[in-house]
Design a protein around this ligand. Structure first.
Ligand SMILES: CC(C)(COP(=O)(O)OP(=O)(O)OC[C@H]1O[C@@H](n2cnc3c(N)ncnc32)[C@H](O)[C@@H]1OP(=O)(O)O)[C@@H](O)C(=O)NCCC(=O)NCCS
Length: 178
């Protein structure tokens, strides 16, 4: 658990998710999915029940190459980052993450703090050697943030998203962990 200051001066706690977060995490994901078109699912498409989410959190806690981080301000979940490494020996060192922050906290520094914790955890894990991500190629603030933290562009996947009859490309980005 780490306490930091946001640009606003508010305290934010970055910590591992716990089983007791399940219900609030489901509500958080419902909210953010309605606040952005930059995620791979839209509002109401997240159909995970709190009990199921509890099982997901348990799996994150048990796997050495998985991570579920929560950003909390005044007892409220304002950000979440999940990372999953591969399940077989040839791919357990590499994985992809997803990150989301409540709209009212965009630009506040929550995303950077979550990513810094991911990188710190990966370096200490002795398992993770590469972190990948996919980001919509017009998601400027996310791409700016990833580059600032050392992620490099690895290529473009065309037509990766289809939202209301429009295709969107995604950039593949990654960082090697040594
Ligand atoms: C992407 C996301 C996780 C970033 O979290 P955040 O808390 O807003 O990130 P931070 O505040 O730490 O950093 C954002 C940076 O982008 C900058 N930024 C904001 N808008 C920008 C723009 N249009 N172009 C370039 N940079 C921009 C901010 O100034 C900030 O940089 P700074 O700290 O150097 O000033 C968050 O905006 C989010 O959840 N978006 C919706 C979901 C999403 O896009 N998830 C990622 C999918 S790959």
């Amino acid at each position: 658990m780490k306490v930091s200051k946001l640009k606003s001066g508010q305290n934010v706690i970055i910590r591992l998710s716990e089983l007791t977060d399940a219900e609030a995490l489901v509500a958080f994901i419902h909210q953010v999915s309605g606040e952005t078109d930059n995620l791979s699912f839209g509002p109401q498409e997240w159909t995970v029940a709190p009990e199921e989410q509890k099982e997901n959190i348990k799996r994150f806690q048990e796997a050495p190459n998985q991570l579920c981080l929560i950003a909390e301000v005044d007892g409220r979940i304002v950000g979440n980052l999940t990372f999953r490494g591969g399940i077989r020996s040839r791919t357990q060192h590499v994985g992809e993450f997803g990150i989301s922050v409540l709209k009212e906290f965009w630009g506040s520094g929550v995303g950077r703090l979550l990513l810094e914790s991911l990188l710190e955890w990966a370096k200490q894990s002795k398992v993770i050697r590469k972190i990948n991500l996919k980001v919509r190629s017009d998601n400027d603030s996310a791409i700016y943030l990833y580059k600032k933290l050392g992620f490099k562009e690895m290529g473009t996947l065309t037509r990766e998203f289809l939202i209301e009859d429009t295709f969107y490309d995604c950039l593949c980005m990654g960082i090697e962990i040594d």
